[in-house]
Design a protein around this ligand. Structure first.
Ligand SMILES: Nc1nc2c(c(=O)[nH]1)N[C@H]1C(S)=C(S)[C@@H](COP(=O)(O)OP(=O)(O)OC[C@H]3O[C@@H](n4cnc5c(=O)[nH]c(N)nc54)[C@H](O)[C@@H]3O)O[C@H]1N2
Ligand SMILES: Nc1nc2c(c(=O)[nH]1)N[C@H]1C(S)=C(S)[C@@H](COP(=O)(O)OP(=O)(O)OC[C@H]3O[C@@H](n4cnc5c(=O)[nH]c(N)nc54)[C@H](O)[C@@H]3O)O[C@H]1N2
Ligand code: SF4
Ligand SMILES: [Mo]
Length: 714
């Protein structure tokens, strides 16, 4: 077979770039951005190109392996599934359903087959001990959406192409390519906003995004809550909001005014480390631009005030008159209306975790308590574990405890293509075909995209007979591990038999643009076969206003002052930020790099090397006080652990704070990631206290963590 061009959406981050892949004899010759792609128009980043390396990675497993005293041994799929079924059923029989825990990692959102089968599989296992990476990043957003709009997944998205003022607080889309804002070519979009107005970044570090912005302001970590309260209060003071807002469906504007009224600029400014004048200028700009939006992500979500910050960001946008408005924040209406399809799942706080009594959110307990649920004896203790596309040994806090917990399990199975820091503890690893071997439809990310588009990509590469897709593994586990009654048995059997393509086709046909959409036959409506003919995808619509119809609250109103949030503000008043912890006087924040993706792409040669990635960035003032020079090894310690890491002395970080990326520390004698192990880096989550959570959503508060620093003498 000669050379062929194939087209596929990149699934690695949220941006959904279209790729043009030159293939010959099932080998990748090159990967470029697909210029005709309806959404990304040729944009690509280095990770997209790295899909070739992922395909060729010698460490990638293609057949199941079993851990033995003499190392890893390949076994057949049948043998592997038999063992998983036998061992997990044994645990269930001995200790009950909840003795099996499941953890689903970030790639489950990005892999279409997994996303389409995952919940059926986990529901079949029928355990309350469900965990996911959501509680390491997203649950504050879910909680705010639920409380304000009635649905955890109904997330507002900046109408990025129409903005003339974009205030970014605690996000670095130039490195991350955006989150809860799926849009390719952030750099181009930021330039476009600048040509019409301003992009302003508020971040304890002068990030890649900050450098590209019109203005950047340093803020002390975890003080955003004061800034946001101050902004909200000032908006009420400077304009007659109650009169000027045209919404008929926003409840409790007056109550919000009362709640924020005590946060004057002069009082809050010193807490944030920003000047009152600078904050005042930002408020002037918010009010004088036609299309302003405030946007925040991990910096304001993975901290102790994650939910409150998210609430106030949404509220400030509402006070600016920018909710559900072109040129402001909008909601999508994707071809597969996942929000509506998942409406019955959008529930919270129905039951509590055993050890720490944390409430569940969308059926999941916080990952920060997973290790305790495994290690704490008693009824309901977790003894069996199914990990799907996750690396909690690196991504979850207090990783020493996580590893101790994984080691102590009676049985663990991982669905993953690598033997890494987490899967090394599995008894059996079930490796899926991944990347360019899989078909793709980004139905989860279309929920937070900046335009409504639709695209299906068939797999550009073939798999061998021995390989299995994630969805095949999931469905097999679903059939074998089902625990339920007669009625659900039939449903379970049927759902496990429907192929992901059938599921997609059905969802597309019955979705808002489908041939049966709105229960009427539309000849030119969407179906999978129609999409298959359009390798560049189809444009469906610009985002447009949909409220109050799209609201999921019972009264079709937006709740501006959820009681839970207002109450928590009272606790904030009791908080004092004066130096409480003399042993750990610095605050630690995270950092992302364009050529990295959480913990799992460090084995791809094309992404390794280049600029220093896993360093502790420290301000020259702090470095000189502690006699630390650039590149010198330092010890960073916390209540939970200590790491040695090279210092990167830089005035791009606010004094008193250090920044260390996560997802590194690729060591362990049983792991098999040759390239990653060469430049293994250091695991920052050894330092993280798993009890340091946002008290409302129980999301992990990675940012703002107290640490101490000392120079290591050479
Ligand atoms: N300190 C600190 N910690 C953090 C963060 C931080 O900012 N700071 N960020 C947090 C965030 S936002 C997140 S989302 C989490 C991520 O946490 P996790 O999801 O637990 O970790 P990942 O590093 O994404 O690991 C993904 C795993 O999935 C596997 N994988 C990749 N693709 C596929 C696939 O298609 N199928 C299957 N079956 N497996 C696949 C990889 O080999 C890897 O083992 O980390 C969190 N941890
Ligand atoms: N290249 C790359 N892309 C990724 C990922 C990756 O690991 N690498 N991970 C993906 C995932 S899982 C996610 S969830 C998204 C995350 O997407 P983003 O949220 O854009 O990612 P971060 O780079 O973590 O941005 C958080 C910013 O907050 C700042 N910050 C830290 N603490 C505070 C604080 O207290 N206040 C304020 N105002 N700012 C603070 C940090 O300095 C950082 O610049 O990225 C996704 N995309
Ligand atoms: S920006 Fe994201 S979707 Fe686009 S090529 Fe890079 S990793 Fe893939
Ligand atoms: Mo994430």
């Amino acid at each position: 077979m000669g050379k062929e061009l194939k087209y596929r959406t990149c699934h690695l981050c949220e941006a959904m770039c279209g790729l043009e892949i030159e293939v010959e004899d099932n080998k990748v010759l090159s990967i470029k951005g697909h210029k005709e792609d309806i959404y990304s128009k040729g944009h690509i980043c280095p990770k997209g190109v790295a899909l070739k390396d992922l395909h060729e990675d010698k460490n990638r497993l293609k057949r199941p392996v079993k851990r033995t005293d003499n190392g890893w041994v390949e076994i057949s799929w049948n043998e592997a599934f038999d063992a998983v079924e036998r061992e997990l059923k044994k645990i269930r029989k001995k200790y009950g359903n909840d003795a099996i825990a499941t953890y689903t990692g970030n790639p489950t959102v990005h892999n279409t087959g997994t996303a389409l089968t995952l919940y059926d599989t986990i529901n079949a296992i029928d355990t309350k001990n469900r965990y996911a990476s959501h509680s390491l990043d997203s649950v504050p957003v879910f909680l705010v959406n639920q409380m304000m709009f009635g649905h955890a997944m109904l997330a507002p998205v900046p109408d990025i192409e129409s903005l003339d003022y974009f205030l970014i607080i605690g996000a670095n889309p130039l490195a991350s390519n955006g989150s809860f804002m799926s849009t390719p070519d952030i750099k181009g979009k930021i330039s476009n906003i600048k040509s019409k107005g301003k992009v302003v970044v508020i971040d304890p570090r002068k990030t890649e995004t900050a450098k590209k912005a019109s203005e950047h302001y340093f803020i002390k970590p975890e003080r955003d809550i004061y800034l946001l309260l101050g902004i909200a209060n000032e908006l009420f003071k400077r304009t007659n909001i109650t009169d000027s807002l045209s919404y008929s469906y926003i409840k409790n504007i007056d109550q919000l005014q009362e709640v924020v009224s005590e946060y004057d600029l002069e009082n809050i400014a010193p807490l944030t480390g920003m000047s009152a004048d600078d904050i005042s200028k930002i408020i002037d700009d918010l009010l004088s631009h036609k299309n302003p939006v405030v946007y925040g992500r991990l910096g304001v979500n993975t901290q102790r005030y994650g939910t409150l910050c998210q609430w106030l960001i949404t509220s400030v946008n509402i006070l600016l008159g920018q909710l559900d408005k072109p040129g402001g924040l909008l909601f999508t209406l994707p071809a597969i209306d996942y929000v509506t399809l998942m409406a019955h799942e959008s529930k919270m706080f129905r039951y509590k975790s055993r050890v720490k009594s944390y409430g569940e959110i969308v059926g999941e307990y916080p990952t920060a308590t997973l290790a305790e649920e495994i290690l704490t004896p008693g009824e309901g203790q977790v003894r069996g574990f199914l990990s799907i596309a996750g690396n909690p040994a690196r991504s979850a806090p207090n990783s020493d405890q996580v590893e101790e917990a994984l080691k102590s399990l009676e049985f663990m199975v991982a669905v993953d293509m690598y033997i890494n820091e987490t899967t090394q503890y599995a008894d059996i690893i079930l490796p899926p075909a991944v990347g360019l071997e899989t078909m793709h439809y980004s139905f989860v990310l279309h929920m937070v995209a900046t335009k409504n588009t639709s695209k299906f990509s068939p797999p550009p590469l073939q798999v061998s007979d021995n390989q299995r897709y994630d969805y095949q593994i999931m469905s097999e586990l679903q059939r074998r591990l089902f625990s339920g009654g007669v009625f659900s048995k039939a449903k379970n059997y049927i759902t496990s038999k429907i192929s992901p393509k059938r599921k997609l086709d059905l969802a597309l046909k019955t979705g808002p643009y489908g041939i049966w959409g709105g229960r009427k036959f539309k000849k030119d409506g969407l179906s999978l076969s129609k999409l298959e003919k359009k390798k560049e995808g189809v444009f469906l619509s610009e985002l447009s206003g949909q409220f109050p119809d799209r609201l999921f609250t019972k009264d079709k109103k937006v709740e501006l002052t959820p009681e839970l949030f207002v109450k928590e503000l009272q606790n904030l008043k009791k908080e004092s930020f004066e130096a409480k912890d003399d042993k750990h006087p610095f605050t630690l924040i995270g950092r992302r790099h364009l050529r990295s993706n959480n913990s799992w792409m460090h084995n791809l040669p094309i992404l390794q090397g280049g600029s220093r990635k896993c360093t502790a960035m420290i301000h020259p003032q702090d470095a000189s006080f502690l006699s630390i020079s650039d590149d010198q090894m330092i010890e960073v310690y916390s209540k939970k652990g200590s790491i040695s890491i090279a210092a990167e002395v830089s005035d791009e970080i606010v004094p008193g704070t250090i920044s260390i990326p996560h997802g590194w520390g690729h060591h362990g004698k049983n792991i098999r990631m040759d390239v990653a192990q060469e430049e293994s880096g250091v695991n920052v989550n050894l330092l993280m206290d798993h009890e340091r959570l946002d008290p409302l959503s129980y999301n992990m508060a990675f940012n703002g963590h107290p640490v101490g620093i000392r120079a290591i003498s050479s």
